[in-house]
Design a protein around this ligand. Structure first.
Ligand code: AMP
Ligand code: MG
Length: 427
């Protein structure tokens, strides 16, 4: 039986980064940029005001104070989106709104609060007064946002390899880019196996259970940026599994659920052995020991038959989710061109003892909380691999290494964070 680390290395050795594709910017959240992006414009495109106020010449404010205002003649108003024909000449000011283009002649902005505008008649109607009192001195350039101060025309704004977050999408939009080139998302085909499984939209006959794992798996695929393709349920027969897998032969990765343990009807690994190549089918971990990995012959593209990586997740709901986090997630991230494939891991004080007696790496479902600047992890309760609610309650997995026979209460442990929600644990 191979270790978790060896298994992950093996899986990743079969995974290639996918090709690039051009997509609308809102479709690429979480994807990796495959081009450098340069700006063809200045952002902002023109000098503009950072506040609502008056565009002035700073020299006209020298000596201004509350006690001794400098009075300037108001010659115009400039709103956002329009440009102003008038010029600020000595002794004059132009009323200006945040983001409006600076008028010629002006070099600074005085905020409304630093003028006597509130005392002027008609100020509430937004009508500019004929004259305005400036109540403080301003430095040249004050409250002027310079053209190109955020992004200079011709500069490199985003580099190939950058992961697209909302801020990157904002940057692209501010340059007027509606599409961008990124590594495409993998299509992950998911086939559930088991005579006992029933579709979630059907009544539940005796002896049957709902096919829940397809949905938790598809949700994980979505969460990590892939495109799930649900292939439905195959029966516990080789024919049925082979037929089910046919529909996934143009996917980038195949996931089957169940059918990999030692039971008489666990046939996924036999199919894998016949239809492709089996690389391993047991990993020294708990939960999730029966886990198959290999390749299946896919459809041919331009005369070349592709080998599709195939991950055979165990059927127990917790095992399948944990094994997904450990192996399918890094595979998806690698296909998407990401470099950091590890789930964030923290150190926490464990609040329950955990036994680990058979040389496997244990991943115990835990609720991680921060108290007094330190993380604490307490188990969610019964750790059976069929108890899906243990995943529902958890925000982390306490890791007990294979060479440790357990951990005692109060020991510091590594916890792989499933997410950072600290409000877990409530029904
Ligand atoms: P297997 O790996 O096929 O032996 O399944 C192990 C356990 O997981 C059995 O109790 C199955 O009923 C359950 N199981 C398998 N597949 C699913 C699924 N898609 N949804 C929910 N439970 C499943
Ligand atoms: Mg089964």
């Amino acid at each position: 039986m191979i270790s978790v680390d060896q298994a992950l290395k093996k899986v990743l050795s079969y995974i290639d980064v996918l090709e690039e594709g051009e997509v609308p910017i809102l479709d690429c959240l979480g994807q990796v940029l495959t081009e450098d992006v340069y700006s063809s414009i200045n952002v902002p495109p023109f000098d503009n005001s950072a506040f609502d106020g008056y565009a002035v010449r700073y020299k006209d404010t020298i000596g201004a104070s509350q006690q001794s205002p400098r009075f300037l003649r108001v010659v115009d108003t400039v709103r956002c989106g329009s440009s102003c024909e008038s010029e600020v000449e000595p002794g004059t000011a132009i009323r200006i709104m945040t983001g409006a283009s600076m008028p010629r002649g002006a070099d600074s902005v005085v905020k409304f609060e630093d003028t006597d505008e509130a005392l002027r008649e008609g100020s509430s109607t937004g009508q500019p007064p004929a004259e305005i009192g400036i109540l403080c001195e301003v430095k040249a350039g004050l409250y002027v946002r310079r053209a190109g101060e955020s992004i200079a025309q011709g500069s490199k704004v985003l580099s190939q390899g950058a992961v697209i977050r909302p801020a990157e999408i904002g940057v692209l939009a501010s340059l007027g880019h509606s599409r961008v080139k990124v590594t495409r998302r993998p299509v992950v085909a998911i086939l559930a196996t088991g005579d006992e499984l029933v579709n979630i939209d059907q009544p539940l006959p005796p002896g049957k259970i709902y096919n829940s794992n397809t949905y938790s798996t598809a949700a994980l695929v979505l969460r990590y940026g892939g495109i799930p393709r649900i292939l439905g349920i195959a029966l516990d027969s080789e024919d049925s599994v082979v037929t089910g897998l046919q529909q996934g032969k143009d996917a980038d990765m195949l996931i089957t659920i169940g059918g990999v343990s030692m039971g008489d009807y666990d046939i996924v690994k036999d199919v894998l052995a016949k239809q492709g190549e089996i690389t391993f089918w047991k990993v020294r971990m708990k939960p999730g020991k029966p886990l198959a990995f290999g390749t299946i012959k896919g459809s041919s593209k331009a005369g070349v038959v592709r080998d599709i990586p195939h991950l055979g997740l165990p059927g127990n709901p917790v095992s399948s989710m944990v094994a997904f986090e450990l192996f399918a997630r890094p595979a998806i991230l690698k296909m998407m061109g990401k470099k950091n494939l590890a789930k964030p891991t923290i150190e926490a004080v464990v609040e329950n003892p955990i036994v680990n007696n058979d040389g496997r790496r244990t991943f115990a479902r835990a609720i991680v909380e921060r108290r007094g600047g330190q993380y604490f992890a307490r188990l969610t309760g019964p750790q059976g691999s069929g108890i899906i609610t243990s995943m529902r309650l958890a925000n982390g997995l306490v890791i007990v290494p294979e060479d440790k026979s357990g951990v005692k209460e109060g020991e510091v442990v590594q916890v792989m964070m499933l997410d950072w929600n600290e409000e877990v644990g409530a029904a």
